[in-house]
Write a protein that binds this ligand. Structure first.
Ligand SMILES: [Zn+2]
Length: 369
């Protein structure tokens, strides 16, 4: 099988780099469409306006309506046409970036993502995740190209919510375990080929970086300071995880994480993508017969230490029955599921057992923590 690796054209990360946005956009266009939500706008507006003005660029502004939906894609696309924008810039969280990417593709504009939180690994990817108006997960859509530029200001990330940063570590923690499973099962990656050695090395580095620096980085972000640990974990959450998942592969952890988005109890809890995926990681570890017991416990302990959900209770699913999770398990075992990216068959019963085993393991490790 051929090997394929895809990546953004340029990745820029550092304290204060948002002030250089104009300079980095200049080779890509003259009229950037900037998509942001009111909260992010308030934080970064003066920096962004100054930077674009300094580079002689004329900003076309679009305020995000709140969901990465088909309607929002159409609405923002129309604003880009109206303003004659030539580059789409998403500044904010995953949903804003996902809509900006779609608009770039639809309107044939250059594509730029500026994540202001490191809560997931979508900024570098050539994919968007779509939700319906009720915030339920619909599907992934893959684009023909990755962003032309990914720009991450680590001071902005460190000033942001700790919970989002930790959720990003949950998403990034899944990258190696899923890439390894997909690699062993010879599953094709999102890029449309087998993983390169580079993708697997990046995925492994992502995992090792989190396990070594994750706790330090969490403590530093609580103080809003930018330290080498914060820089390393931002790179792991955004770049290493992004390249690793897209050119490595996905498996059960993301299937569980995505499907939990559609469980009303989890929706009520307002869980972030990386938090659901973090529980999916433990579920996947409980499914895998080659998993080393000590390594499994280390991963669960790490999740507990940094503050990720490891039990049904933390997912707002305390006392959940097998019947209640049957539909989710059936979807996992169904056609086209990421759960088939393992070197062993996966049935609905296997998934249910792994979910309950994960909850029990999480509860047990928590009593030691
Ligand atoms: Zn993810």
């Amino acid at each position: 099988m051929k090997k394929v690796l895809i990546a953004p054209r340029k990745y820029v990360q550092g304290r204060g780099v948002l002030g250089e946005l104009g300079q980095y956009l200049k080779p890509l266009g003259r009229k950037p469409l900037v998509l942001w939500d009111p909260v992010v706008k308030q934080i970064v507006e003066s920096t962004v306006r100054q930077s674009l003005h300094g580079a002689g660029l004329e900003m076309v502004e679009a305020e995000f309506a709140g969901e990465a939906s088909a309607a929002e894609r159409t609405r923002v696309g129309a604003l880009a046409v109206q303003g004659q924008a030539d580059v789409a810039v998403g500044i904010g969280g995953g949903k804003v970036l996902d809509v900006a990417k779609a608009v770039a593709v639809d309107q044939q504009l250059a594509m730029v993502t500026c994540p202001t939180i490191a809560s997931n690994d979508s900024p570098t990817s050539a994919a968007s995740v779509w939700y319906d108006e009720n915030h339920s997960f619909i599907n992934f859509e893959c684009w023909p190209a990755n962003p032309d530029l990914v720009l991450v200001d680590t001071q902005v990330v460190a000033n942001g919510p700790v919970r989002a940063f930790v959720a990003g570590m949950g998403d990034a923690l899944s990258t190696w375990v899923e890439a390894e499973a997909a690699f062993k099962s010879r599953a094709a990656n999102i890029a449309g080929g087998a993983p390169t050695m580079a993708a697997m090395a990046i995925a492994r580095l992502c995992f090792e970086t989190l396990m070594e620096y994750g706790l330090d980085a969490r403590r530093d972000v609580e103080l809003h300071v930018v330290t080498p640990a914060v820089e390393k974990v931002v790179e792991a959450n955004v770049l290493l995880s992004g390249l690793g998942f897209e050119s490595g592969g996905l498996a059960t952890a993301h299937m569980i994480g995505n499907l939990l988005s559609n469980v009303p109890e989890c929706q009520e809890q307002g869980l972030m993508h990386g938090e659901k995926v973090a529980f999916g990681v433990i579920t996947q570890l409980c499914l895998d017969d080659e998993m080393d017991a000590d390594e499994k416990a280390d991963i669960v302990d790490f999740e507990i230490e940094i503050g990720l959900p490891v039990t049904f209770e933390e997912l707002n699913l305390k006392g959940v029955t097998r019947e209640r999770l049957q539909e989710l398990a059936e979807a996992c075992a169904g056609p086209g599921s990421l759960c088939h990216n393992h070197p062993f068959p996966v049935t609905a019963a296997d998934i249910l057992d792994a979910l309950f085993a994960a909850d029990a393991l999480g509860r047990q490790r928590r009593t030691f923590a």
